[in-house]
Every structure is written in C-alpha cells, then in structure tokens.
Design a protein around this ligand. Structure first.
Ligand code: MN3
Length: 379
C-alpha cells in the first residue's frame, strides 16, 4: 500500500509500522491518531505530514492544535476524530493498532469507506467477527492480519485453498509463567507479569500473554479470519517464538512460517501484500537456535485460554463480554488494585452473569461491552 492511515500511531505497533515505512520508503501517511501522547504525535506529524491527526483524549485537543498550528495537518479528537482518520479519501489502507474494543467503530468506518484493513486490533474480530468479515467481503476490501500468528497462517495459505485446511496450529510463547502451577501464580507481581521472554509489546498485550488470554483472543481472531471452527484451532506452546503458526491441510501436510520474533516482519508483509519487501528485521539463524520445542498448553493454570474457547462456543455477545471484562481486569491489575489470579476470576464471573441474548449487531455489542465493563469494575 502506498498510502495509509494509522489508528494508534504512538503505541508499540504504530511506532514500529512507521519504522517499517521508513525502511521500505515510498509509503505516505494520510492520517495519524494517538490516545494521549501529544509529544510523540507532534513529532510524527512533523515528520510524516499527514492530512489529519487525531487525539483520542479530547481534553488534549487544544494542546495538540497549538503544538502543530504551524503545520498544514488538520487536528481532530475523540471517537469521531478516529472515524475521520479511518475515512480519509487518499488512504488505501488503515492500520488498526489501537488496543481494545475501542478499535471496532473506526474499523467499521474504514471498511465502509472501502479501505483495506491492516488488522492489529484483534478485539475487532473477537467482538464482531461475524459482522466484520461479511462487511469486508461486501465492500470488497482485504483484512490483512498484522498479528504475527495470523500473518503466519495467512502466509501458509498462499497458494492453498481455505477449504483444504484441516487444522490450524496456533503457536504461543507461553509467556513469563510457563511451567508454573496455579498456586505459584498467586503471589506474582506486575513486574513479573510484564517480563515477556521473547516479544516486546505494549503493557496490555504483555499481561494478556502472561494470562494466555492473548492466545484465547487469537483463537477467536483466527476463527473469523480463516473461517475455521474453534475446535479445529489447536494451541501449541512454542517457547522459542520462531514458528509463528502452522496450517495442517487435508492430506496431513503441515506448512509453517518461521522468522525471528519481530513485529516489523508481519507489519511489512501486510503493508506490501502481495509483494515481499526489503528486509525490515534480522535473519533467522536456525544453527544458533538449534532446537524448536512444542508443549501442550496448561488449561488449569491458564484459565483464560479455556474461557475464550467457552466464549466462542456460547457465541453471540459473550466474546465481547469476555473481552471487556478482560480489559477491565487487566487495567485493574496494572493499577495494583487486584492480584494476578483475580483476572480470570473476574472474567469468568462476568461471563456467568451475562444474561443478554439480543441478536448480534454493532449496537448490541457496544451495549454488552459497556455492561461488562461496569459489572467487572464492581467485582
Ligand atoms: Mn500474536
């Protein structure tokens, strides 16, 4: 893609995407948006000269406007502003790299404006996969996965037909607490949980990796992206994070994609698809790595993984409820309000308490998301 807008440009994926764009060259930026990092957004505006830039936190609108008043970039704010960024006419694609269900509305807006989606916001498909995938098809736009596992699966499927998939082998690093029992997780601290062995990511995704909710969300993401049943998606704990996922086909042949753990690789693949680009990350050296190992996930210690399978089985609004409860529980853990093991507890209780059964729609998803945030905050 020659021209993109980025929703969430100051976060982990957003900043790496801009680095990738620098390396590749020849990629213009139409729009940028940040949650609250005015300083970095200002630097990005000066460097990439987007047509529009949005600050999600509306209280910072005046400050940002002032900072960039000598540039030609138009400043907007809030969710409405995100939707403006998602629909700038000059952009061919929109990278959705915000964290959380806040990504849903701008993604719908982007698809409705015929933008290809570089999907880093997995919550969009977790909460609304049954709406997003048909909408993308109707609008004839591509949903290009940026999540490393889904990029791997997407690459494994090149030249193969989707209906020949027998199973998806979704790899997981296992996070910082691999091999621990449930009781050993009782006293873990925030800094223990933030210490991811292989990947450098934002705080929310890192905690999700520690609980393995990240993998649960990715199972649901894969289900919608590749149109497979959740029971045909099997999680493999792979400590080295070199095999980014695999696909088993109907003839029992398995195709894998490998690379060093570096998000710039899947970002570049989505950005330049269907072409491959100049290197944006280091080479893989298998002689140095020597061995690749695979373990079964521990559903007992990492309850969140099972909760995600349960959510997709129950269907309807439940995945959105689970996701919202998780967002609240993780932010409460990051604020030192609750212990680590309370995260799955809060999610499970919120899922159990949810009694809604409205048919799926964006507004129904938003209201159950809101309900679950409220409920899980009070637990
Ligand atoms: Mn991932």
């Amino acid at each position: 893609m020659k021209n993109i807008s980025i929703i969430g440009s100051t976060g982990s994926i957003g900043t790496q995407a801009l680095q990738v764009a620098d390396t590749i060259g020849d990629v213009a930026v139409s729009g940028l948006s940040a949650n609250c990092n005015v300083k970095l957004l200002e630097q990005q505006i000066r460097k990439y000269k987007p047509e529009k830039a949005c600050i999600m936190d509306e209280s910072l609108y005046g400050e940002l406007r002032q900072c960039v008043s000598d540039t030609s970039t138009v400043v907007c704010a809030g969710l409405e502003g995100l939707c403006e960024i998602a629909s700038i006419p000059s952009a061919e694609g929109v990278l959705t790299s915000v964290v959380g269900s806040i990504g849903l509305i701008p993604t719908v807006e982007a698809i409705n404006n015929n933008k290809n989606i570089l999907l880093a916001n997995k919550e969009t498909l977790v909460t609304a996969g049954s709406i997003i995938m048909p909408l993308a098809k109707k609008k004839n736009v591509s949903i290009l996965p940026v999540d490393s596992e889904h990029s791997a699966i997407f690459q494994c499927l090149r030249g193969n037909s989707m209906n020949k998939i027998s199973k998806i082998l979704l790899t997981a690093s296992g996070g910082p607490f691999f091999g621990k029992s449930r009781s050993e997780l009782a006293g873990v601290t925030k800094s223990d949980a933030l210490r991811h062995p292989n990947w450098s990511m934002g705080a929310k995704v890192t905690i999700d990796s520690a609980t393995m909710m990240n993998k649960g969300l990715e199972v649901i993401e894969a289900k919608w992206l590749f149109d497979v049943e959740a029971e045909d998606i099997e999680v493999y704990v792979h400590r080295q994070s070199i095999v980014h996922s695999m696909v088993e086909f109907c003839d029992n042949s398995v195709i894998a994609q490998l690379g060093i753990p570096d998000m710039k690789l899947p970002i570049a693949y989505a950005l330049m698809y269907p072409e491959r680009t100049t290197p944006v990350s280091d080479k893989l050296n298998l002689f140095e790595i020597k061995s690749l190992t695979f373990d079964r996930p521990d559903f007992n210690t990492f309850e969140c993984l099972g909760l995600a399978y349960e959510a997709i089985k129950r269907g309807g609004q439940i995945p959105a409820v689970m996701n919202a409860a998780n967002e609240i529980a993780v932010s409460r853990f990051l604020n030192d309000e609750i212990e680590f093991l309370r995260i799955p507890d809060i999610i499970r209780k919120t899922m159990e308490a949810y009694k809604g059964n409205e048919p799926i729609s964006i507004s129904a998803i938003l209201s159950s998301d809101k309900w679950a945030r409220q409920y899980s905050s009070e637990l």
